[in-house]
Each structure stands twice: as C-alpha cells, then as structure tokens.
Write a protein that binds this ligand. Structure first.
Ligand code: DGJ
Length: 693
C-alpha cells in the first residue's frame, strides 16, 4: 500500500507489519524518514515536520539522510549515482513528478536531459520493499560510472551487528556475524557472476541484540547475477547506510547514448521484528510468492550422474544408472557433463551443443524415452556461456569470446567466456539450445557456469563497455526466451556449485545447485547459511557415496546423508550401480519418506532450532498443522545425554501426534521442554513427523 501526504511530498509504503517513508525537501533533496514497524501517514508527516539534520562545518548535512545520494554538491558519502560527460561530472537533479500505481511508487527527477526515476514497490502481503532505478538519457552521451539500485538507511542506534554469507568453492554461504565499526564494509564480486565468495545479502541488527526468534533485523538482497557490490557504511555520526548495485568498481558501468535507458537490478530490503528466523521466513515467503517460478509446485527427487561418472559416460551406463535410480524412487534423471561434442574431458567440446554420437549413437531421444519409460523425467546439463578453445565453435569464431586485443586469453578449467553481449552469440546460443530442447523430450536443464571473467574486453567497443552488464541481460533474455518456448522445462542454476545464487537468477530458474560439496556434515553449515535468505524449495541437495569421493573421504551412514539432503530439494548423486541391494532398498524408504514430508519442507515455514556448530543441530518445518523436524548429531561426548530440541511455531494449547511412534505431545511441552530425538553416537540423524490433533 502506498500513501501520499497532503503536500504531495511525503510518501509511505506499508506492508503487513512494516512501513517505509520518505519525503522531498525544499531543495528537491529526497530524504529518508522511516524504515521499521508499521506507522500511520500522520506519523510520517510528523517525522517530516520534525527538525532536520544538524549542521556541522566539516560534515555534509545531507549525509546519512538521503534516499539516493548522487555525486556532487555537499556530500561526502559514497555516491549511489556517478555520471560524467566530457566536461562535467556529477548530478544536480530537479524533482519532476511522482506516480503511484498499484503497489509501486515512482519518483522522477532530471538533470540536463538525464531522467532518473526511483522505483519503490512493497509487494502485497510481504514486508519486502523492492527498489530500483531507471536512467533515461535524452541529453548528450554520458558515462555511467556507477548506478546503484538503492541506498538503505537504518535508524540511529548505538551500534550495529552485520551478518553476511561468505565462502569459496565447495564452502559456500557460511554465516558470519561481526560488529560493524566506523567506515565501510564492502562485499561483492569482480568475477562476472554472483560468486561463491559472498551471497548478495546482508542483515543488520541493532547492538547485536537479535536472536533467532526475537528482535529487529534489517536485511537487503540484490537481484543480480553478474559483478556486484554492497557497501555497508557506518558514518561519522554512527548512522548506517547500505548501498548496492551492479558492478564492483566506480570506474565505468556503461555508456548511455542519447535515447538509451538503463534499468538497474532490484535491491530488495526487509525489516522484521521476528529475529533472524522471522526475517528468513519473510524472505522465503516473498521468494515463493514473487520470485521463484511456479513455487507452489513441489520439486521432484532427482538423480544426477556427475559424481558417479564424471566425464566417462555412455548411453548403456546411463541406462544402468537410470534403472537403479527408478528403483530408488527417483522422479527426474539428469545426465551431467560429457554427452556432447568432443567432451570426453574438460579440455574439449564446450560450445558444440550436438550429441556425441560415439556415446549416444541415436542421439538423446532413445535415452530420454527409456528414462520416461521408467517413469522418470529426463534432464540434461549445459554450460552455454563458455567455450573450450578445442571446439568447433571456437575454431569457427575465435572473436566470439571476451578478450583484450593483443593480450593473452586466460583459460580457466581450459575454457574461455563467450561474449554474450554480442547479438550473434546470443542468436547462436538460442538456436543451439532451442534445437536441443526440441530434439528429445527434455524436462530439465542444469545450466552451469564454471569460470569467472578475467579478460572481459570487447575489441572495437567504446569505453566503458556494456559487456559486464549486457552479459547478464543476455543470459536473462536467453533463459526467459527458452522458458517461454519450452514452458514445461525446468531450469537449475549452477556455477561450480553455488557460484550463481541470487534473486535475479532465481526469478528464472526453478532451483539452484547449492554447492559441489556433498559431504553431508559440511552441508549442514552451508544449508544453514543458505536458509538465512533463500527457501528450501530452491535448495538442491544430493545424497552421494560414502566415503565421500569429491572432498574429504568422510564415511557416513545413508541415514545421515539422506536426512542432511532432505532439508532441501532431495537428490541422489552417488554411483548407484555400486550400491548394494540393501542400500538401494534403504534409499527407497528414505525417498518414500521424503515424498511424504516434501510439501512441508518445500512449502512450509522454516525454524532453525539449533545451529550446526554445536554437536546437535536441528531444523523444523511447519505447514497447516504438519510438523517435520530434522535433527543431526555430529558426535556425542562423555556419554552425555543428547538434549531435547525445543520446537517453535506450534500452538501451545494443541496436542501433536508423532507419526513415527504414535505418541501424543502437548504443544506447550514441545515448545518449552522440547522433543527427544533419540540420537546417539557419531553422525546420527532423525526425521520426526508430528501432526496437530
Ligand atoms: C560443476 C558442477 O557444479 C558439477 O555438479 C558438475 O555439473 C560439473 N560442473 C560438470 O562439469
């Protein structure tokens, strides 16, 4: 809901529990008023009428108060907008008009032919504010050095604690919290993709007072799958602002020619007074309602052959794996890397999206038909944005890659990045992928991206080159076009595991590959971090072999591996041809159990009961009186009894029946005293289902 003050210069957006207010000052400066608990328009107007910021000779009065600080004038904060013409740098805008349409508010400013529109939208039924900016150039050509999506301003408090999700390959999305100090904390990616190093999300709680279930938490998440930056600044007067958008540096995002428009990605913000857990549930509900396509449909249990076979694949062997997967109750069988071109290792073939006839003599259709005949859907792996120099595509078009003239072309994993800003490259990929999806009944595409940008140049194009931004736009356009042409095909975003997880890609894919780390113990921490912002409905997790083949050789039971992977979208990724009949039968019972709890896990509300760093960790999902608890014990020491886990989100006056044992538990007791899990020893795990009576 958008409300407008009587003077037409105060605006208030409100959701179920929160409000966001701003006003226009006498000099057309756009000032922040409020972000926090829901208030009335009269409250916002009272705030607008209150005393303005105090003046100090060595500080800028506007700093820390503006909604979108532009470069120039009396400002010393990081500019959200920085543009230049050959003879001038900076912006001095005039307000033109506002428009309010549905749940969106648009404020239009202009400076010498450059139109700057700030967009605000509070999605109905959520407390998430989406913000973005449109630049339309009706004046002379401009260099846009920086155009952030938003600057968020927090209320003045004594101190703030910052939560972030950091990582690297095979160790993504690990939560770390630290006290914010004066100056700036910057996270981002210079790599051309979202990156394994940080998820584009931060959360802040005042004075470090929030807990999992209590306290005010502010969060911001960026919907962008390329290079990005989020700067969290504590200003000299202790005020905190968070500025974020596409691009890492300030030195050149793109050129805006006369008549051109640039729309920034969305930077979404959320206030919650339900602690970190409440904030996560609000993010999850928002993504299920407005970001993830068809989120009301549960994702099937998949099998992926990568860890079992790597590049050594053949049709016969895939058929054998498919038979075993079907026996285990799998619903979607995915052939990973190695089915196309000369792709018998990572040295060749990327770019040539035609079936390797030595491996699949009749093309993909016979295997796809076979898999369908076994009652499963059929999926395929691709990595369209890349090319191996040893490929037909590169031999024909060596200029289709990103490169700097006269410089080395850096190979990572023996591959180069295609320049997706080029229309001929976009058209080639569309034709190849459209033909692939039309060539056989394909239900699922795992879309991978296995190296960062290094030599991102486009010879002949004027500086600053749009290549960084246009790559992402071209990727989005390609995915949108493929989805429209093949509406029954689901897509997975993968980038060597979790290198491309953000709200931008999640709006175009059905699930994401969380990490190449499939060790079930490490996964608990990765999943714990992931769940801070994204829902289980999008989080793919596989049960693989023990000892773990990819990373650490850790030995763990099928029980532990399954319960770990059941916390998200369950998959199986082990070499099923080597599993014993007993293991396969056990796998089948776990898959059957997962199908029963799936609607609650994928569509329910998540409560993180205990964090994974202790010996005992647990999560709980609740949906319509159905409760699922997943608990894991890393190691029991000294024979100490394992503590019961206190449940959350239940009705204290109701009773709950345990579907495993038939025992009846009182809600108040489960909430206050907890539930015994029966876990003991090392790497033990349990699934407990309760139903409200
Ligand atoms: C990286 C992915 O994360 C893996 O699952 C697998 O698909 C390989 N790429 C294939 O090259």
């Amino acid at each position: 809901m958008v409300e407008i003050g009587a003077d037409g210069r105060t605006w208030l957006l409100s959701g179920p529990t929160s409000s966001y207010g701003l006003r226009l000052g006498d000099e057309d400066e756009l000032l922040h008023l409020h972000w926090g608990p829901r208030i009335a328009l009269a409250d916002a107007e009272a705030l607008a009428a209150g005393p303005g910021p105090e003046y100090w000779a060595f500080e800028a009065t506007l700093d820390g108060h503006e909604e979108y600080p532009v470069e120039g004038g009396p400002r010393f904060v990081r500019p959200a907008l920085s543009v230049r013409t050959p003879d001038r740098r900076g912006t001095e805008w005039r307000f033109e008009a506002y428009e309010s349409e549905g749940d969106e508010l648009r404020l239009r400013f202009s400076d010498s032919g450059l139109g700057i529109t700030l967009h605000y939208r509070m999605r109905e039924g959520t407390d998430v504010v989406e913000r973005w900016v449109t630049l339309s150039n009706e004046g002379p050509a401009l260099e846009v050095l920086r155009a952030d999506s938003a600057t968020w301003t927090l209320p003045l408090r004594d101190g703030w604690r910052l939560s972030q999700l950091h990582g690297r390959w095979a160790a993504e999305s690990r939560l770390v919290r630290s006290e914010l100090t004066y100056g700036e904390k910057i996270i981002g990616s210079r790599r051309g993709h979202t990156g394994h190093q940080h998820l584009p999300w931060v959360a802040l709680d005042a004075d470090g007072t929030a807990t999992e279930e209590l306290g005010e938490v502010y969060g911001c998440a960026l919907a962008w799958s390329g290079t990005w930056r989020i700067a969290v600044a504590q200003l000299p007067d202790a005020r905190v602002q968070i500025t974020g958008g596409a691009g890492y540096d300030d030195s050149g995002l793109l050129r805006l020619e006369p008549g051109e428009t640039f729309v920034t990605p969305v930077f979404a913000g959320l206030w919650s007074d339900g602690g970190f857990g409440g904030a996560s549930r609000a993010w999850h509900a928002y993504q299920r309602a407005y970001v993830i396509p068809d989120a009301e449909q549960d994702r099937p249990v998949l099998y992926n052959s990568w860890e079992a076979t790597e590049f050594d694949i053949s049709e016969e062997q895939q058929r054998a794996l498919a038979r075993r997967a079907a026996e285990a109750g799998v619903e979607l069988f995915v052939v990973d890397d190695g089915w196309f071109g000369a792709r018998t290792s990572d040295r060749a073939g990327l770019g040539d999206w035609t079936v390797n006839r030595d491996r699949f003599p009749g093309g993909l259709k016979p295997l796809s038909d076979y898999v369908h005949g076994l009652g499963m859907q059929f999926g395929i792996w691709v990595e369209p944005e890349m090319v191996n120099p040893d490929s037909e595509l590169y031999r024909a078009h060596p200029d289709w890659v990103q490169f700097q003239p006269g410089r080395k072309r850096t190979e990572l994993r023996n591959q180069l990045v295609l320049n997706l800003a080029r229309e001929d490259v976009q058209e080639y990929l569309w034709e190849q992928l459209d033909a692939l999806l039309s060539s056989a009944p394909i239900d699922y595409v795992k879309w991978d991206f296995n190296r960062c940008f290094t030599d991102a140049g486009w010879p002949g194009e004027a500086y600053p080159q749009r290549l960084w931004v246009d790559h992402v736009h071209a990727l989005y356009k390609l995915l949108d076009r493929l989805r429209a042409a093949h509406p029954t095909v689901a897509f997975e975003s993968c980038s060597g595991g979790g290198g491309r997880i953000d709200l931008g890609i999640m709006a175009r894919t059905d699930q994401v590959w969380t990490s190449d780390n499939t060790d079930p113990l490490d996964r608990l921490a990765i999943q714990y971090g992931f769940s801070q912002v994204h829902p289980a409905r999008a989080m793919a997790a596989w049960v693989t072999d023990s000892p773990n083949t990819q990373l650490n050789g850790r030995v763990s039971s099928l029980r532990f591996r399954f319960v770990s992977a059941m916390a998200g979208v369950l998959g199986v990724g082990g070499d099923l041809t080597r599993w014993t009949e007993g293991e396969l039968a056990e796998a089948r019972t776990w898959v059957e159990l997962y199908k029963k709890i799936r609607p609650v896990v994928q569509g329910g509300e998540l409560h993180r009961l205990r964090a994974p760093e202790g010996g005992l960790s647990a999560v709980q999902y609740v949906r319509d009186g159905e409760v699922v608890v997943l608990a894991w014990l890393q190691a029991q020491h000294y024979g100490e009894p394992v503590p019961p886990v206190r449940l959350r989100g239940l009705d204290p006056s109701a009773s709950y029946e345990c579907l495993e044992t038939g025992e009846v538990h009182r809600g108040a007791v489960l909430l206050h005293h907890g539930l015994r899990t029966g876990l003991r020893g090392d790497l033990d795990a349990a699934v407990i289902r309760l139903r409200r009576m």
